[in-house]
Design a protein around this ligand. Structure first.
Ligand SMILES: Nc1ncnc2c1ncn2[C@@H]1O[C@H](COP(=O)(O)OP(=O)(O)OP(=O)(O)O)[C@@H](O)[C@H]1O
Length: 252
């Protein structure tokens, strides 16, 4: 059974058909890329997969469960986490707290227990601190745990966003243009991080990216969107050599 099965997904904004007949199948453990020209509908697909937008047509099945039309928080609990094109961290909070925010969706105590600071709350908080520090260590961010997120260099902010997404314990990680704004060294390090995340966390990753070096370096399969529709789909090397893809996107 595929981890993610999307069938005939579509959405309209007024008269604009932003995505139409979108199909994708992603197996557990894959590194999968979604590419295409600006405005092709890639982020709109992510927004439908994560419940930000409700699709007008189609179905989304995660690990055998229909999650179409569910709310963002529910979808996150079902196992999809994401990062954003423009980094969205809690910039005035510490690096540690940013990861703990991700862990809170699995918080096993009630709001009242939290407000009253009951013993269970203190025990869970201590465990959460430990878990968050472990995650930060994995991303080599533990020394900056007490820094404000806004004081981290750009590449590390991207890493922190990935760490926070992983803290929600997802089955599928969506990365929206993770290399945007990065210099070549940061991009190289990001590629290693993504590989590491897949191997270490047994993660499945779907990413949107314009940086073809990153795409060809890490994605095993690709889907190309053009004007809201799938233009090509398959093994990365085949797709990148497809004359239609070169004409519509790569040849620009
Ligand atoms: N909330 C919305 N209301 C109206 N139109 C929207 C909305 N969200 C997206 N669109 C439109 O849908 C189309 C697809 O946009 P989308 O952001 O998904 O493209 P993209 O492939 O992610 O582009 P880019 O590579 O530039 O990020 C665009 O024409 C966009 O203007």
């Amino acid at each position: 059974m595929a981890l993610l099965e999307v069938k005939n997904l579509g959405i309209s904004f007024g008269g604009l058909r932003a995505v139409d007949g979108f199909n994708i199948t992603i197996e557990k453990g894959q590194l999968y890329g979604l590419i295409g020209p600006n405005g092709a509908g890639k982020t709109t697909c992510f927004n439908m997969l994560t419940g930000v937008y409700t699709p007008t047509d189609g179905t989304i099945t995660l690990d055998g469960k229909d999650i179409t039309g569910k709310k963002t928080v529910e979808i996150n609990k079902e196992g999809i986490a994401r990062t954003f094109q423009n980094i969205r961290l809690f910039k005035e909070q510490s690096v540690l707290d940013n990861v703990k925010i991700g862990l809170h969706n699995q918080m096993p105590y009630s709001t009242l227990t939290g407000i009253l600071r009951l013993p269970k709350y203190r025990k869970v908080e201590a465990e959460m601190n430990e878990k968050a520090m472990e995650l930060l260590k994995v991303f080599d961010l533990d020394k900056e745990a007490d820094f404000l997120a806004s004081n981290l260099p750009y590449g590390k902010q991207r890493k922190l966003e990935i760490a926070r997404a992983l803290a929600t314990n997802p089955k599928l990680l969506l990365l929206d243009e993770p290399a945007a704004g990065m210099n070549p060294n940061e991009t190289k390090e990001l590629m290693e991080t993504i590989h590491f995340v897949r191997d270490e966390f047994d993660m499945t990753v779907l990413l949107i990216e314009h940086d073809m070096k990153l795409v060809s370096g890490i994605c095993e399969e690709l889907t190309v969107l053009n004007f809201g529709q799938v233009l090509a789909q398959g093994k990365t090397s085949d797709v990148l050599n497809d004359p239609q893809v070169i004409k519509a996107y790569l040849g620009e």
